[in-house]
Design a protein around this ligand. Structure first.
Ligand code: ATP
Ligand code: MG
Length: 417
C-alpha cells in the first residue's frame, strides 16, 4: 500500500522512529521504523523533519499501539520535498495559533487533523444537501454571479465595472431561482454570495456560501418550511453518522435532530424577549443580540433549532408574500442556537401585487424588467430559502467565529490569501 502526505510529528524512542504523516484520512498515518529492519531506511526516517512531503510503502502494524492514527510498518520511503524554512504554524497543533495566523495559514494548517476535520465535515454537508435535494426532485442550477440588480438591498452590493455598464456581484440567486420556477418546479443552487457588509462581526463574511432552494406549486409557506427542516435534519444526521472521527477530533457531540422544529410567531418571539427584559421593536428584524438571547431562552426549553414566522412587512424584502392584513408576511427565519442560519418564505407570484410591493419598497420596477417578465406566463405559487453554509457549520460545530468555517476568508480586511 502506497500512502502519501506530510510529516507533522516525529519522535524517537530508543531504536524506533515514529513519524506521523498527514494524508488523505482525518487521522495521520503513524509510521514506525525500527533500526534492525533496514539501516538505510532507518537513517532516512530519523533524518525526516516536520513539514516534509513523503510517500511510503507499508503494511498496517499488527500491534496498533498509537491512538493518534493507524500504525504502519514502513518498508520503503520516498522524500519529495523538504521545507525551505521552519513552518510558521505547528501542524500538530501543540502550539496553538491566534485566529489571525490561523486564517493566514489555513491552507497549511489543514495538515492538522482538527482543522482538516472542519473541512471534511463541510464537504459532507454539501454532499448531504445535494443527496437530499436530488432525491426529492430538485434540479441543480447555476445562476450568474455578475448581475445588473440586487435583491437584498443596495447597501451590501459590490460594484463591478462590466464593460460600459455598472454591474454588481450577486448577493443571492433570489431573482434567478424564482425565474426558473416558471419552468422547473423545484430548483436548488449551492453558490457563493457577495455582500459588502461593512462591519466586522463573528457572523458575517463578504464572500460566503449558501444552499438556495426554490419550490413551485406549493399550498403555502409550511411546504417550504418542511423542506428546510427536513434538509437541515438530514444534513446534521448525515454528519453525525458519517463523520464520527471528525467530530471526535473536534470534541463535538452532535445529538440526533428530530423534526418538526418549533415554530414561533414573530410576536411571540418579541413577547418572550420583552418579558426577559430585552428591548425589541415590533416592526423591525430582531437584532443579533436579541437573536442570541432568544436562543438562550429557547435552549432552556430544549429547542436548538426553531423557526420564527410571520415577519412584519416593514422588516422584509419586497418579494415575500404579504398577508391579507397588510402587516404580516409569509417570511420566516430558521435560527440555530441563537443565530439565523436561513431565511425564506412564500413569494408574491401575482405580477400586479409584486410591482406594487416593489414601488412601496422604493425600488424601480423598470430595473427588474427581466425578472418581472417571468411572472407573466403562468408563474405558480412558490417559495424557497437561502441556508448559509458557514453559519450552519459554525453552529453545528460550536465554532466561535464564522471565519473558522471557510478556508480562504474574505472579510473587511482580508483579500489575500
Ligand atoms: P443577517 O441578518 O444575519 O445579516 P441576512 O438576513 O441579511 O443575514 P439573508 O439575506 O437572509 O441574510 O441570507 C440567507 C442566509 O445566508 C442567512 O440566513 C445566513 O445564513 C447567510 N448569510 C447571509 N449573509 C451572510 C454573510 N454576510 N456572511 C455569512 N452568511 C451570510
Ligand atoms: Mg435573513
Amino acid at each position: 500500500m502506497r500512502l502519501c502526505g506530510w510529516i507533522i510529528r516525529i519522535k524517537r524512542i530508543g531504536r524506533v522512529v515514529i513519524a506521523e504523516v498527514s494524508g488523505s484520512d482525518v487521522k495521520p498515518y503513524v509510521i514506525v521504523g525500527k533500526e534492525d529492519i533496514n539501516p538505510g531506511l532507518y537513517k532516512m526516517l530519523s533524518e525526516l523533519s516536520i513539514g516534509t512531503a513523503v510517500c511510503f510503502e507499508g503494511e498496517p502494524s499488527p500491534s496498533q499501539i498509537s491512538k493518534r492514527g493507524v500504525e504502519y510498518i514502513v518498508k520503503e520511503l520516498k522524500v519529495y520535498s523538504t521545507p525551505l524554512e521552519p513552518m510558521p504554524v505547528d501542524p500538530a497543533g501543540k502550539v496553538p495559533a491566534l485566529l489571525d495566523t490561523r486564517i493566514k495559514y489555513r491552507w497549511l494548517l489543514l495538515r492538522n487533523p482538527v482543522e482538516k476535520a472542519i473541512f471534511r465535515i463541510r464537504q459532507s454537508v454539501i454532499e448531504a444537501a445535494r443527496r437530499y435535494l436530488l432525491s426529492n426532485g430538485f434540479l441543480e442550477i447555476h445562476t450568474p454571479k455578475i448581475v445588473a440588480a440586487g435583491a437584498e438591498g443596495g447597501a451590501t452590493l459590490f460594484k463591478v465595472q462590466y464593460f460600459e455598464k455598472e454591474a454588481y456581484l450577486s448577493q443571492s440567486p433570489q431573482l434567478y431561482k424564482q425565474m426558473l420556477v416558471a419552468s422547473i418546479p423545484r430548483v436548488f443552487e449551492i453558490t457563493p454570495y457577495f455582500r459588502a457588509e461593512k462591519f466586522n462581526t463573528t457572523r458575517h463574511l463578504n464572500e460566503s456560501w449558501g444552499i438556495d432552494v426554490e419550490q413551485g406549486f406549493i399550498e403555502g409557506v409550511e411546504d417550504v418550511m418542511r423542506t428546510l427542516e427536513n434538509l437541515v435534519a438530514y444534513i446534521i444526521n448525515y454528519v453525525r453518522e458519517n463523520n464520527s472521527e471528525e467530530l471526535e477530533q473536534l470534541g463535538v457531540e452532535l445529538p440526533r435532530v428530530e423534526t418538526p422544529f418549533k415554530r414561533l410567531r414573530f410576536e411571540e418571539a418579541v413577547d418572550i424577549l420583552k418579558s426577559n427584559g430585552v428591548e425589541v421593536s415590533e416592526t423591525e428584524d430582531l437584532s443579533d443580540q436579541a437573536e442570541r438571547e432568544l436562543g438562550r431562552i429557547m435552549a432552556e426549553k430544549g429547542h436548538y433549532l426553531y423557526f420564527i414566522v410571520g415577519f412584519p412587512w416593514s422588516s422584509t424584502a419586497f418579494y415575500y408574500m404579504r398577508e391579507e392584513d397588510g402587516f404580516h408576511t409569509r417570511k420566516f427565519d430558521l435560527d440555530f442556537k441563537g443565530l439565523e442560519i436561513a431565511s425564506g418564505g412564500q413569494r408574491e407570484h401575482r405580477l400586479d401585487k409584486l410591482v406594487e410591493a416593489m414601488k412601496q419598497k422604493g425600488l424601480n420596477p423598470e430595473s427588474f424588467d427581466f425578472y418581472l417578465e417571468a411572472f407573466k406566463y403562468g408563474m405558480p405559487p412558490h417559495g424557497g430559502f437561502g441556508l448559509g453554509l458557514e453559519r450552519l457549520i459554525m453552529q453545528m460545530l460550536g465554532l466561535s467565529n464564522i471565519r473558522e468555517a471557510i478556508i480562504f476568508v474574505r472579510d473587511r480586511t482580508r483579500i489575500v490569501p
